[in-house]
Structures are given as structure tokens and as C-alpha cells.
Design a protein around this ligand. Structure first.
Ligand code: ATP
Length: 293
């Protein structure tokens, strides 16, 4: 893991990778995939919410096995979009392309109307904040875990991040933010870890916030944090959610429905649910319980 010595801007990517390895989960960002092929050059991606545009993007991990076919969509700066689709439809792959872990075979990805290759990889990754399904906590205090990669974060910044992530539980711990967590510290619940992950993302004030919504059942409060509270903690950033719950999808500006690496439908959640097309079929077949409740 000598990558940790790379510029700290890619630390979120490293954390995400560790999370995935530690969880053995097959959904986002692996350590092996971290090495970008392209050289790091270009201007800095401005630290403000940016628009994201995919133009006819195709991609294959292995020759002759394309996993994305002519994917096109646009997310205006500051809007929220849910990526929805069956397992293997290409949701995580879209995110990996956004991190430039891989390059498209054809087509282009534009951020703020400029090709993403015109930005340095370090600045690009520095402007992406991801909250993955299983948040990895290293040995250290909660404060260290929130502020990883931000040596100059002020007390106020950290307190604000903890507040916005609704980490009230921190105040109830005897040592508050100085409480040790990780292998040698206290064990936090899944929901509490997730809040620390969100606090990390908040602190970054990134251009784009990426949320891999947990597939597992969550308590009501944690669920609310991922849904209605998202605009609060993700602020003005452009928001991409790999969504598994209808309640999450209802709250976003746009839904992109992927199947077999193709964008099948795209529109506001209301439009897609009313149009009785493939997206609404998908929900009826896969998630019928969500309609019942
Ligand atoms: P899930 O909801 O299960 O996480 P997904 O929609 O995120 O699925 P991807 O992980 O993007 O789907 O996978 C899209 C396709 O690419 C799948 O067929 C998958 O098997 C394949 N794939 C993913 N990662 C790799 C890899 N590193 N090497 C080869 N093929 C891969």
C-alpha cells in the first residue's frame, strides 16, 4: 500500500478501496484498479460543483466483452442523480471511469464542459468524495478518521462535518471526538461508521459527492440520512447515488436506469415511474415490497 504516500487528494479513493477489500464486497473501487494509465497532467478541476457529461461512452475491462455501450447523459452542476439497474449493469463501472481508474474505449466524459483528461488526476480525485457501503476506520481517534488527508482542517471544520453527518453519538462518548476507534478502539455500529464516512465526505466540500447506498436493511434514522438529509450534508455538490431504495430514488432530480451497460431510461423519478417503462417494471419485479409498505 505504498500508494498512501501519493498526494493525499486520492486518499478517499484509497479508503474506498480498503473498504471494499475489507468487506470483500463486489461493488466499488478496488486497490488493484487504482493505477491510472494516463500520466498526471493538466489543470486543476475547480473546487465548485461541476456538471458531468458522458457522450457515447463505451468501455470493456477485457477485449470483446464490452460492459458499457454508448452511454450518454448529462448531470447539471449541483443536481442529484440516481444510478439504478440490475447487478452487473455497469453502475460501479461508470464511477470508476469518473475516477479515471480506466479510460473509455470510445466516447468522452466532460466535467464543466471540458474533457476530463484536461484536468490533473490528483485534482479530479480531490474533488470527488465517495461514501461507500462499508466505511473503513483505521486505528486512531474519530477526529483523525474524519480529517484523514486534511491535516489543516480546523476544529470548526471537523465539528461542522460531524454535525452535518448527524453524528450526535460522538458527543455521548466519554472522550467525544478523541475517542479511539478501529482495531484497538471501541467498536462502532454500522450506522455510526457510515456517519463518520459521511463526515469525511462533508469535510472535503467536494465538487461531486458519490454515495453507494447500502443494500442491507438500515435503521430508520440511518435511512433518512441517506435520503431526505442528503441535500443537507452533500451541500451544493453534484450528487451521484447508486440507489437501491425507491424512497431514495423519489428524492433525486434524475434517474438513469441502466441495463446490460446501456442507458435504458432517463428522466425525473416521477416521469419514469409514471411512464410504466422498463424502470417501473424493474421496480415492480425486484422491489415489490417497497410499493407495499
Ligand atoms: P452491482 O450492482 O452488482 O454492484 P454494477 O451495476 O455496479 O453491479 P459493474 O460492477 O459496473 O456493475 O459491472 C459491470 C460488468 O463489468 C459486469 O459484467 C461485471 O462482471 C464486469 N466487471 C466489473 N469489474 C470488472 C473487472 N475488474 N474486470 C472484469 N470485469 C469486470
Amino acid at each position: 500500500l505504498d500508494k498512501v504516500s501519493e498526494p493525499f487528494v486520492s486518499i478517499t479513493a484509497i479508503i474506498s478501496s480498503l473498504q471494499r477489500v475489507s468487506a470483500g464486497a463486489e461493488n466499488l473501487l478496488t486497490v488493484m484498479e487504482m493505477e491510472p494509465e494516463a500520466k498526471d497532467q493538466g489543470k486543476a478541476l475547480p473546487a465548485k460543483p461541476c456538471s458531468i457529461r458522458f457522450d457515447n461512452v463505451s468501455f470493456a475491462y477485457e477485449p470483446d466483452r464490452p460492459v458499457l455501450h454508448n452511454v450518454s447523459f448529462e448531470i447539471p452542476a449541483g443536481k442529484s442523480v440516481a444510478l439504478v439497474g440490475p447487478s452487473g449493469s455497469g453502475k460501479s463501472t461508470l464511477i470508476k471511469l469518473l475516477y479515471r481508474f480506466y479510460e473509455p474505449i470510445s466516447g468522452s466524459i466532460r466535467l464543466d464542459e471540458r474533457p476530463m483528461e484536461s484536468y490533473s488526476i490528483a485534482s479530479l480525485r480531490g474533488q470527488l468524495a465517495a461514501v461507500t457501503q462499508d466505511v473503513y476506520l483505521f486505528d486512531g481517534t474519530i477526529r483523525d478518521n474524519i480529517a484523514i488527508g486534511f491535516a489543516d482542517a480546523t476544529e470548526d471544520d471537523i465539528a461542522r462535518a460531524a454535525e452535518l453527518s448527524q453524528s450526535a453519538f460522538i458527543r455521548e462518548l466519554p472522550e467525544g471526538l478523541d475517542t479511539r476507534v478501529g482495531e484497538r478502539g471501541i467498536k462502532l455500529s454500522h450506522g455510526q461508521k457510515q456517519r463518520v464516512g459521511i463526515a469525511r465526505a462533508v469535510l472535503r466540500r467536494a465538487s461531486v459527492t458519490i454515495l453507494d447506498e447500502p443494500t442491507s436493511a438500515l435503521d430508520v434514522e440511518t435511512e433518512a440520512m441517506f435520503q431526505s438529509d442528503l441535500p443537507k450534508w452533500a451541500g451544493a455538490s453534484t450528487k451521484i447515488i447508486i440507489a437501491h431504495r425507491l424512497s431514495t430514488i423519489r428524492d433525486v432530480d434524475y434517474v438513469i436506469f441502466l441495463e446490460n451497460g446501456r442507458v435504458q431510461e432517463m428522466g425525473s423519478p416521477k416521469e419514469l415511474l409514471q411512464s410504466k417503462g422498463r424502470f417501473s417494471d424493474f421496480w415492480r419485479n425486484q422491489h415489490i415490497h417497497e410499493f407495499v409498505s
